[in-house]
Structure formats: structure tokens, C-alpha cells
Design a protein around this ligand. Structure first.
Ligand code: AHR
Length: 663
């Protein structure tokens, strides 16, 4: 054995091992300058955008199970089936009383004679069925009128085989010419995603029926006629800074007649005049003929929802223009008065004391305290000089009366191009409070535009990134997927929003909810069926940014440069003065893992242990599904903090949120 050679060989091996260790430990070193506060992060920074699209409200968060409960759909009996054993002409009539009730003209008149089970029943199919839970209370109610008593109503929940899984009955009294509301509750005996409501008649008589309604007993905060608690919980869990509502294009409507009018969405539920949801007909590839807005989720409920989840309300109002992709109908300038008055009255409805006209209406609805509305959007995706003409009128009227009230203004449909440039320029000349920018683009746009706001003017109009979502296929394509790649590219882009928090004051993903059997638009943040709900990877990105938004941006540097895509990495850092934490959001958008270190400067002492929350999966195409809702979800791990340094092996396509306590 040649000892000399062996020794040399051992040295070489030791050298190689040591070298590898050094390599493994070094990776890239990112510097956090925790004592250099760059920008305040607004409490409103990360919010949500609710639009009644994809059965988001009716058939979604609004927990009503009966579809077309007041027979006001264009086809009056859509959603209903009449089953008769013997047929008498005119035994079920749709009657119209529009002279005496313009908001809710239609009702059903049922005539029965010696009826027994099986003679005559009305069956409602629900919104793609009704999701029913075993052991849960269900609240049935109906408005009725009958001259003489004689008809008994049997209320059954039936499963797809026709078996009864819940039942109640009641015998309505005689009411003469008066309408009366009656309710009855019962408990379901099985869980069924596709149940139907069957009402069958017993006895003899003529009865008028309207507002046939069924709600589960487990609504959010147990409010009667309320919301699906599981869906609201998903929002509450995000702790959003604001909620933008009610749209989106539904604010504009196909034409002005079809626009969203908040005054028609408040007060007694039976007086809220239903309209067709514009997504009903929008996409030939996703027709939804049974999509209407009943406004059970109206403006009072939106404000209440905002309050419940601790979010600032941000209503968007029609600016006197219908959707410019559809009819582009605009109100004549000399007739814009009522539109502007709607905006002024909305502020009074939200904030006015109970002695004001609209403040009293709010109080009568159960909320004497003001909702403390601070801002409003005028127009959704409106563009052109005709938008500015109308916006200026709104702006003058609102600012004259409420000088501190903030207005969100539209920059159109796209984040660049002639329309955007024109509006952006003009809005800045007007010193607009907030400019609403929308981006529906491919994942690469999001990573390439992480520096978009680095050179925006600092002491001028602020930005509201009001709608954004990476499209895995293309805009409005039914093939778009909420996959890991889109989520990670959004996370990368969001580091740029946070880094520029002095310019970007608010941001929200779009759209929020989609029913797996009733959607028109994808991708969407949260998907539901009649009984379940799951978050997409994009949801978890939004949630992580929002939960750990921090209070002040501090520099995160790589070789003295901000982290804007070097080797596919993106990042931002902030401190949270409330929790005394340093927070680093680090995105590895590359297809390989990267070993990195974060050195935290400018702090006296750090806790020796931090937490890293990781969001990733094996493949960029991975998605969550109803069957595998937790495929991609955040996972917490402890990390060692040594010499003010945190080391991380950032997986391919991962978002990593590191939190370390300052001592
Ligand atoms: O989010 C879907 C639609 O996209 C919104 O209604 C509209 O504002 C945008 O064009």
C-alpha cells in the first residue's frame, strides 16, 4: 500500500466533502434590512372581490335552496315541475298582479279538489340539486292567500330515488284577500347533494302561493335567510382588508336596464325586484339560462358581511354606462342625475344617522350603527372619454358633499394599450384617489411584471389592483386551471405589489367563487358544490399574503438589488409592528430547488426559532379538486435562526413565508 498516495487521496476526498458542504450551505444570500422602513402597508392591502358570477350569490353563498322561488324568472316555472295524476285545465296558474306589485308581480294559483298524495305536487330542483345534511334543521316558508281554508300543504325533501328525507306539513288558515307568510321547520334524515323539494296538496280549495323558500338551519351566524357558513368562513379565514362588491360586469349590466341598482336590493326580501344575471347569456360555451339575481344578498347584507369579516366595504356603482363589450349603452348626460343621487344616497344609507332618510332605512333593517363606508368605485371596466365625462359629474357631487370620501376610478379592461394609457393619463391629471387596474394574463406576464410599480409616481394617485388572475390557457377560456404554476406566478407578482405598498394600496384576485356545476368563468379562487367548498392554490397564496401582510415594507436584497426574478426567485420583506415579526415572502418560480439564506440585519436580537410556511406541490400543473381539496395547501415548519440567519431549501414552484420574532 502506498501510504503517500493514500494520504493524498484522503485529503482530496476530505477537500471534496468540505467543498460540497460549503456549497450546500452557501447558496444565495439575501439580506433583510429590518430597520429601514420603506413604506407603510395599508390595512386594506389584500382584500377580496365578490361578484355574482359562477353561481356566486344565488345558488352559492346565499343559502336559499329554492330556485325561482317567486316565479319571476323569464320562464315563470323554470326550476319547477308540476306532477299531476288527473289534469284539470287551469289547476296551476301563473298570475300577474303588476299593477299592484311591480317588484314581485307573479304568483302561483293552485286549485285542488279532493286531493290526496300523488294527485298534485310541485317539485323544485334547486340550484343543480339541493345540498341537504342529515340531522340539520331546514326552515321552509311560503307566502300564501286563500279565501276559505281547505288546502293542506305537505313539504317533503326527496332524494334522487324519490325517497323522503325530511318532511313537514301545515294547514294554512283562511286569509281573505290578505297575503300571509308562514314558516315550518323540520329535520333532514339523510345527507344528499342532489335533493329536491316536493310540495304536495291535500284537500279542496284554491290557494295562492309566492316566495316558496327553504333555508338550512346552519347559516353564517345563524341568521335566518342568511349565507352558507362554510363559504363565508373561507373569506373570514383570509382576514381580508376589504371586500369589493357586487362586481364586476354585473354592475354595468348588458344594458342600462340590466344594471345593478342597489336601492332595489334592500328592504323586505319579497320586495327586491329580481333581474336576469348578465352571466346568464354572456358565454355561448357556458350558457346558464337559470341564472338570475334575487338580491337575497343585497347591499345591506354586503355591508353586514364586510363588518362580520372585518373588511372595509368597497361598493362599485354603475357610472351611467352599460357593459361596453355588450351594448355600450350610456345614460344621456342631462339624465345622469338619478345615478349620481344613488351614489350620494348610498353613502347616507351606510353612514347616515338614524334621523336621515337612508340611515333610518338601514336602522329599520337592523343596523342603527353606521357601517363607516369610506370609499366607493364609480364604474367597473368602463373606458373612453364618455366614462371620464360621467366620472367627473359623480366626483364633483360626491366630493362637494363628502370631501374625504375616496373614489376608485376605472382604467378600463387591460393593464396596457391605448385605452389604458388614455385613462391613466387623464385620471392622474384629475389626481384620482385610486386607479383600478385589472390584469388577466398568462403566468409569464405576472413574473415579468413584478417591477411594474417600481417607477410609478410615489406621491400621486394610488393603485387598486382590483382584479387579477393568471390564466393557464387564455382569458375567458373554459380550460383555464387554478394550478400551482398560476398561483406561484401570482405570488411572484404580489411581491412586487407589496414592495410598492406606498403606491399599491389595495389588491384582490378575481373572481372569488365558482360552483363546480354552474360556472361561466374560470379560474376562480374558491370552488364549491352543494355541500362542500375548497380553496385553490391561488386561494392559499392570497390567504398567506393577507394573514402575514405586516405593517411596513423593509428592503430584501440580493447583491444589493431587489429580488425581482434573479434565477427565478422573487421576494419581499416586511416587519409587523403589532406582532414584532420580520416576515419574508420568498417565491421560487424556477423548476429547480434553491438553497438560500436570509441574513436579517438591523435588529438587536431574534428568537432562535422561526416558522416557515411553504406552499408547493410536485408539479406546476397540480391542482386541488373536490375529491382532493388538500392536495396543495400551506404547511408550517420550524426553522432555526442562527447568527441572525435563516436557511431555506426553497422547493421548485414554491411560496415560502418566513416569520421570525424580534426580541
Ligand atoms: O371577473 C370576471 C369579469 O372580468 C368581471 O366581471 C369583469 O370586471 C372582468 O372583465
Amino acid at each position: 500500500m502506498n501510504l503517500k498516495n493514500t494520504a493524498t487521496g484522503l485529503l482530496v476526498i476530505l477537500f471534496l466533502i468540505a467543498g460540497n458542504l460549503v456549497l450546500a450551505q452557501s447558496g444565495k444570500i439575501y439580506m433583510v434590512k429590518a430597520n429601514e422602513l420603506k413604506a407603510d402597508i395599508q390595512p386594506t392591502m389584500w382584500g377580496v372581490f365578490f361578484e355574482d358570477i359562477n353561481l356566486g350569490a344565488d345558488g352559492g353563498i346565499y343559502a336559499e335552496l329554492v330556485k325561482n322561488r317567486s316565479f319571476e324568472f323569464t320562464t315563470p316555472l323554470m326550476g319547477w315541475t308540476i306532477k299531476r295524476k288527473q289534469f284539470t285545465e287551469g289547476d296551476v296558474l301563473v298570475l300577474n298582479r303588476k299593477e299592484s306589485n311591480t317588484a314581485n308581480p307573479r304568483y302561483l294559483q293552485v286549485t285542488v279538489k279532493d286531493a290526496v298524495k300523488g294527485t298534485l305536487s310541485l317539485i323544485n330542483e334547486g340550484f343543480r340539486g339541493m345540498g341537504i345534511k342529515n340531522g340539520l334543521r331546514y326552515d321552509f316558508s311560503v307566502m300564501f292567500r286563500q279565501k276559505t281554508a281547505g288546502v293542506k300543504l305537505h313539504v317533503n325533501l326527496i332524494d334522487p330515488k324519490g325517497d323522503v328525507i325530511g318532511e313537514a306539513q301545515f294547514t294554512p288558515e283562511a286569509t281573505g284577500n290578505e297575503w300571509k307568510k308562514q314558516a315550518v321547520s323540520f329535520t333532514a334524515t339523510a345527507t344528499e347533494p342532489k335533493a329536491k323539494l316536493c310540495i304536495w296538496f291535500e284537500g279542496t280549495g284554491v290557494i295562492d302561493l309566492d316566495m316558496i323558500s327553504l333555508f338550512p338551519g346552519d347559516t353564517w351566524k345563524n341568521r335566518p335567510g342568511g349565507f352558507r357558513a362554510d363559504m363565508v368562513q373561507m373569506l373570514a379565514d383570509m382576514k381580508p382588508g376589504f371586500i369589493r362588491f357586487p362586481g364586476g360586469c354585473i354592475v354595468e349590466g348588458r344594458d342600462l336596464n340590466n344594471r345593478y341598482q342597489w336601492k332595489k336590493t334592500i328592504g323586505p326580501i319579497e320586495d327586491r325586484q329580481l333581474i336576469m344575471n348578465r352571466w346568464n347569456t354572456e358565454f355561448a360555451h357556458r350558457p346558464t339560462p337559470d341564472y338570475f339575481q334575487t338580491f337575497g344578498l343585497g347591499f345591506f347584507e354586503y355591508f353586514q358581511l364586510a363588518e362580520d369579516i372585518g373588511a372595509e366595504p368597497l361598493p362599485i356603482l354603475n357610472c351611467g354606462m352599460a357593459c361596453q363589450f355588450n351594448t355600450a349603452e350610456s345614460v344621456a348626460l342631462d339624465e345622469i342625475g338619478p345615478y349620481v343621487q344613488d351614489a350620494l344616497d348610498l353613502i347616507e344609507f351606510a353612514n347616515g344617522d338614524v334621523t336621515t332618510k337612508w340611515g333610518k332605512i338601514r336602522a329599520d333593517m337592523g343596523h342603527p350603527k353606521p357601517f363607516n363606508l369610506k370609499m366607493m368605485g364609480v364604474g367597473n371596466e368602463n373606458w373612453g372619454p364618455q366614462y371620464l365625462e360621467r366620472l367627473r359629474i359623480f366626483r364633483k357631487a360626491i366630493k362637494d358633499k363628502y370631501p374625504d370620501f375616496k373614489l376608485v376610478c376605472s382604467s378600463g379592461t387591460d393593464p396596457n394599450g391605448d385605452r389604458f394609457d388614455y385613462l391613466n393619463g387623464e385620471l392622474r391629471k384629475m389626481n384620482a384617489d385610486l386607479i383600478d387596474e385589472h390584469y388577466y394574463r398568462g403566468p409569464e406576464w405576472f413574473t415579468q411584471n413584478v417591477t411594474r410599480y417600481d417607477n410609478y409616481p410615489r406621491n400621486a394617485s394610488k393603485i387598486f389592483a382590483g382584479e387579477y388572475a393568471a390564466q393557464s390557457d387564455k382569458i375567458a377560456s373554459p380550460d383555464n386551471k387554478n394550478n400551482l404554476l398560476t398561483a406561484i406566478s401570482e405570488a411572484a407578482f404580489m411581491t412586487g405589489l407589496e414592495r410598492n405598498a406606498d403606491v399599491v394600496n389595495m389588491a384582490s384576485y378575481a373572481p372569488l367563487f365558482a360552483h363546480v356545476e354552474g360556472w361561466q368563468w374560470t379560474p376562480d379562487l374558491i370552488w364549491v358544490d352543494n355541500l362542500h367548498v375548497y380553496g385553490t392554490p391561488n386561494y392559499y397564496v392570497q390567504k398567506l399574503f393577507s394573514l402575514y401582510k405586516g405593517t411596513n415594507v423593509v428592503p430584501l436584497l440580493l447583491n444589493n438589488q431587489t429580488v425581482t426574478g434573479q434565477d427565478g426567485t422573487f421576494g419581499t420583506a416586511c416587519i409587523d409592528t403589532k406582532t414584532n415579526e420580520i416576515i419574508v415572502k420568498f417565491v421560487n418560480a424556477a423548476s429547480k430547488a434553491q438553497d438560500v439564506s436570509f441574513v436579517i440585519n438591523g435588529v438587536k436580537k431574534l428568537q432562535s426559532k422561526g416558522i416557515v410556511t411553504e406552499l408547493t406541490s410536485d408539479h406546476p400543473d397540480d391542482i386541488n379538486t373536490m375529491d382532493h381539496p388538500g392536495n396543495i395547501e400551506p404547511k408550517d415548519q420550524n426553522v432555526v435562526v442562527k447568527n441572525k440567519t435563516v436557511k431555506l431549501s426553497a422547493k421548485p414552484y414554491s411560496l415560502n413565508v418566513i416569520r421570525v420574532k424580534m426580541l
